[in-house]
Design a protein around this ligand. Structure first.
Ligand code: ZN
Ligand code: ZN
Length: 123
């Protein structure tokens, strides 16, 4: 591939912003990326910034999902244990149904949050 600006010169890089082929004279390095010298540097810097921000946002979201998923599961288990204990000590059955349903809902919700946490982490 030849340089976009110099048809006689071989290109050494592609601009991350406009994807033009660039020779050694035309390329500028922005962070770990290449951009057109004096043309796309600001765009590529912005792009890198967005990607970096997106990456840390995903990690933070994942951690938040994991924490709340874990506690929601734990809460659900507490309700289920209360339900089991209540059955042994002949607590009123409406109360037991409430405990069981709430327990299952919390565990289900918590597990779905843990799955979301995993999905965010994989990105
Ligand atoms: Zn460019
Ligand atoms: Zn060039």
């Amino acid at each position: 591939m030849k340089c976009f600006n110099h048809p006689a010169v071989d290109a050494v890089a592609l601009c991350k912003s406009c994807s033009r082929a660039l020779c050694r004279d035309c390329v500028a390095e922005v962070g770990l990326s290449c951009s057109c010298r004096n043309r796309c540097e600001a765009d590529v810097a912005l792009l890198n910034d967005l990607i970096e921000r997106g990456r840390t946002a995903y990690q933070k979201t994942s951690a938040t999902y994991f924490r709340s998923g874990f506690f929601t599961c734990l809460l659900g288990v507490v309700f289920l244990v209360l339900g089991i204990a209540g059955k042994a000590s002949s607590t009123r059955s409406e109360w037991l149904v409430f405990l069981w349903i709430t327990g299952f809902l919390f565990v289900g919700w918590g597990v779905s949050q843990l799955i979301s946490a995993r999905r965010f982490k994989q990105k």
